[in-house]
Design a protein around this ligand. Structure first.
Ligand code: TXA
Ligand code: MG
Length: 318
């Protein structure tokens, strides 16, 4: 079983040493907890895929400390630099062309000639990256296809036997995974919506930034956040519910939700709702119910990311 570490420098140092010797460490970011390993080590990356039961054609996000470090692994165009300067560190991942001399394991990028890079803002993630001195491959620390973890307890419950350490940083502030922005050609597009909205990106780049999350978009490599069924609890999920039917759990939103519902945000605040989303779906994912009914969430701002995850949670499963 993984040991739980606190966020002291001594304990983060211990985690950094484990990473340097090829072992896996789960750590908090502002979005969700990641299962981290040395991105330059095929063995560490293979251990991440095995721990998650993740198909190896699905590339991982690689975390780095800053823009200079990102530039060691990927080509940063003018647009990429502008976006990175504005939104890093933060909940944004950039898909960029791999540099020819990129040392990141080809397994991490699923053999593609692109690489997904992220500079997280969370203090623990930043300290860990600095102390390890390595780029860290870190997908969300959950079994493939399931809900992402937003607390150390979620990680310990599901992947506790797979990591050496879980660093406990309390609940994640954002609660949904980073926005994934493709900058592979001159047509920027969002592959996974998140807290950095397409609107904000479009405002900065002064051009349209479409959201293209389709699982069947032949132009894009297949990747897990784009598979139709993903981020799923064990129970079926029913969307756009007004009330719960007998045997259903109710996940509400806003002031008009029935009192018996677990409420993502009683005041209708989308940031609060995103931060609560995965933890509340987990709380309702109980055998005494036969499904989870979810009330509508406005499809604006962070609501776009919340609705993206809810649609995938509700999609037919294999
Ligand atoms: O918030 C997050 O991004 C979290 C925390 C831990 O940082 N990490 C995360 O990683 O969600 P992961 O591996 O579960 O998500 C991988 C996503 C895929 O859904 C895909 O959209 C994108 O990253 N991705 C990675 N490499 C890609 C590539 N070369 N081309 C296109 N998409 C890629
Ligand atoms: Mg994931």
């Amino acid at each position: 079983m993984a040991s739980r570490l606190q966020s002291t420098l001594t304990e983060i140092g211990e985690a950094a040493r484990a990473l340097r010797s090829g072992r896996l460490v789960a750590f908090p970011t502002e979005t969700v907890y990641g299962l981290g390993g040395d991105a330059t080590s095929d063995r560490a990356v293979a251990a991440i895929f095995a721990a998650k039961g993740r198909p190896s054609f699905n590339p991982l996000i690689v975390h780095v400390s800053n823009i200079a470090s990102a530039a060691q692994f990927a080509e940063l165009s003018g647009k990429a630099q502008a976006v990175a300067r504005r939104f890093w560190p933060g909940p944004l991942t950039l898909v960029l062309p791999r540099r020819r001399d990129c040392r990141i394991s080809l397994l991490a990028t699923a053999g593609l000639d692109s690489v997904a890079l992220r500079v997280p803002a969370h203090q623990i993630a930043q300290t860990l990256l600095m102390m390890a001195g390595l780029p860290l491959a870190a997908p969300s620390a959950n079994p493939s296809g399931r809900l992402s973890p937003t607390t150390a307890d979620h990680v310990l419950a599901e992947l506790g036997d797979k990591a050496e350490f879980v660093i406990d940083g309390g609940p994640c502030q954002v609660g949904v995974e980073s926005t994934v922005l493709s900058l592979l050609d001159d047509r920027p597009r969002v592959l996974r919506p998140g807290a950095v909205t397409a609107e904000a990106l479009s405002g900065l780049l002064k051009e349209p930034v479409p959201i293209e999350t389709g699982a069947d978009d032949a132009a894009a490599p297949r990747s897990p956040g784009r598979l139709m069924s993903h981020y799923a609890p064990s129970l079926p999920v029913r969307l756009d519910a007004a009330t719960a039917e007998p045997g259903e759990a109710l996940l509400g939103f806003g002031p008009s939700a029935p009192k018996e519902a677990l409420n993502l945000s009683p005041t209708g605040d989308l940031q609060e709702a995103a931060a609560n989303l995965f933890a509340m779906l987990r709380r309702l994912d109980e055998p005494r119910y036969h499904s989870i009914a979810v009330m509508p969430v406005p499809d604006t701002g962070l609501g776009i990311a919340i609705n993206d995850r809810l649609r995938r949670a509700a999609a037919p499963r294999k």
